[in-house]
Design a protein around this ligand. Sequence first.
Ligand code: GRG
Length: 297
Amino acid sequence: MEAAAALDELRALVELALDRALPPETAWPGTIHRAVRYSLFAGGKRIRPVLVLAAGEAVGGAREELLPFACAVEMIHTYSLIHDDLPAMDDDDLRRGKPTSHKVFGEAMAILAGDALLTRAFHLLAEMPDTWDEGRVRRRVRAMAILGEACGTAGLIGGQVMDLECEGRATSAPDLERLHRAKTGALLSACVQGGAVLGDAGEEDLASLSRYAAAVGLAFQVVDDVLDATEAAERLGKTAGKDETAHKATYVSVHGLEKARATARSLRTEALSALGPLGSRAGLLAEIARLVVDRHS
Ligand code: GRG
């Protein structure tokens, strides 16, 4: 199957699995379920869950074992976007091409929608049939620990703290890289590493995939910085030029546009070279690395 069609198939699987993993809008109390579903199904690119599936399948993992983890990372990603958009954080009105959660449901409900998504993510992963053997349970718990660390203070939350503290300040290149690796890279890396662990990857494959993940994770945010500076809001689905207005530390503000673009290209090369030892098993992961760098939204 051609790579684009294979990616579409994985995205469709994720949509279905996400729908099944959440209570319907009619479940008590309705407002929170409407808020959760409003943001989760607002049209995200689903790069993170697709990375989980592509990494897991590259090492022979079974789809049904990877899908809960794929759903969990998308729930956590969506929670982080809802909270990031709040007035106390980035204060944004537009996300995924629609008014942000707090604009539609109010601040209190938006906070709770983020909390509900984060909680459901780990709840979902903890739901395992009694019939599972010890190996499957151990792999699931290991993947949960990888994910927990990536969204904690050493990862997503730590990166967000650094992002807030760097606003309006001169930021050094090493600090900027640290910020990006924590805020964006950690969760993307957890997708690849978690998928690989669930697929029972050997140590060599895991090392190659971790190198790939680190490069793709950083490239994703470098490209995000470039897009914020160059693309219009209609294409981005979020407010454009926000980084400059908010005096954010970005690859564009620290290194300039051309160097930021060159960095993204060299990270793509690094990601593709890391996949070398996996050979033809890594076709989809290679395609994702290209998509991450060539995307326009
Ligand atoms: C609130 C704990 C907490 C963290 C917030 C998500 C985040 C950290 C900040 C949002 C702004 C930002 C630049 C985040 C970096 C990650 C990123 C580029 C998110 C957008 O991801 P996409 O492009 O979005 O995959 P879609 O909507 O396609 O899923």
